[in-house]
Design a protein around this ligand. Structure first.
Ligand SMILES: [Zn+2]
Length: 339
């Protein structure tokens, strides 16, 4: 056989081996617990349903001990991470907010794209959102690309709460996550893949404040529950219906190494699904690599702000009057609601 043909066969054999290994590896992840059709987003699933209180009752059930070793950082919220020179890492984050009296959406277009393109991301999910989207939560927690953070129980302004009400907003999603993870671990598919199940984080370690609003009391409660408060340095303003996909792309392209980008995947990022593929392709061409927030934190030094804000200190204090309003105000300013 000519040497050139032998080389070709060798290459073909190597490709076949890699292909087989890749399919075995995919079969061993918890993604294999669902068919591609079951994983894919469904038409209309991104639309919130109003006037339903089915999931308003607080989370109950499991709760792991929050007394875990926290990074030794000052009380405050992480804005971004300072990285060693040459490391071009970014954390994409998507909030999954859900308020009482509604079932928020699941933006399958975004998540399907991230899976297709192998893009890592972190989802900050409300406890109520996880309970109203139990299977989607299991698919996200079982996917090695994704990390789940805590976005409070029912998206209340934590600056306005204290005592048991404040604590319940913080621990509700911990309970929801741990109960849903336990039910996933009891499925035959997960029992058949013990290594994959073990790699699913046993508890949530990251917290994001609704509306990007906090005070020292709320920050302390979050820390007492073993959670690191995480905000962002890039807010795309995607909850505003008039925020175009081009504007979202422009905001994302302002990212620097160590940036944390805020978007939404609960159907309230109206043009987010259109913007994400464009922005990610451009950021990749600029040499950026996407990691989860936990991976970003592990790669450098967090930059901590003593208070919570969107783009400048004090700008989320305006949400202090929302509890007194009977209905949500119309969205006028980009990024003005549902942070
Ligand atoms: Zn939110």
């Amino acid at each position: 056989m000519p040497a050139r043909l032998i080389r070709l066969f060798a290459i073909a054999a190597a490709v076949a081996v890699v292909g087989t290994n890749a399919s075995v590896a995919a079969e061993q992840t918890l993604r294999a617990c669902w068919t591609p059709t079951e994983l894919a987003g469904k038409p209309g699933e991104n639309v919130a349903r109003k006037h339903t209180r089915t999931f308003d009752a607080p989370s109950d059930g499991w709760l792991l001990d929050p007394k875990v070793a926290l990074p030794d950082i000052p009380l405050g919220a992480v804005r971004r991470v300072s990285l060693p020179p040459g490391k071009k890492l970014i954390a994409l984050t998507f909030d999954l907010c859900e308020q009482p009296g509604e079932i928020a959406g699941y933006d399958g277009d975004i998540i399907d794209y991230l899976r297709r393109e192998n893009v890592k991301a972190t989802f900050f999910a409300g406890g109520k959102w996880m309970r109203s989207h139990e299977e989607r939560t299991q698919q996200l927690m079982g996917d090695p690309l994704f990390e789940i953070g805590n976005h409070s129980e029912a998206h209340r302004n934590l600056r306005l709460l204290e005592g048991a009400k404040l604590k319940n907003e913080v621990v509700g999603p911990q309970r929801a996550y741990e109960a849903i993870r336990t039910r996933l671990s009891e499925t035959q598919c997960a029992i058949d893949r013990p290594a994959a199940m073990q790699s699913v984080a046993p508890r949530i370690t990251l917290f994001r404040f609704p509306y990007g609003a906090c005070n020292p009391r709320a920050l302390q409660e979050v820390r007492d529950q073993g959670l690191t408060a995480v905000q962002w340095d890039i807010s795309t303003g995607d909850p505003a219906p008039e925020q175009s996909s081009a504007a979202i792309v422009r905001a994302m392209l302002r990212a620097k190494p160590g940036s944390i980008i805020l978007n939404h995947a609960n159907g309230r990022g109206y043009h987010t699904a259109a913007a994400i593929p464009i922005a990610i392709e451009k950021l990749r061409k600029m040499g950026f690599q996407f990691v989860t927030v936990s991976e970003l934190l592990a790669a450098g030094q967090p930059e901590i702000a003593p208070e919570c804000y969107d783009s400048r200190p004090g700008d989320t204090n305006r949400y202090d009057n929302i509890a007194r309003r009977p209905k949500l105000p119309p969205q006028k300013q980009p990024g003005s609601f549902f942070q």
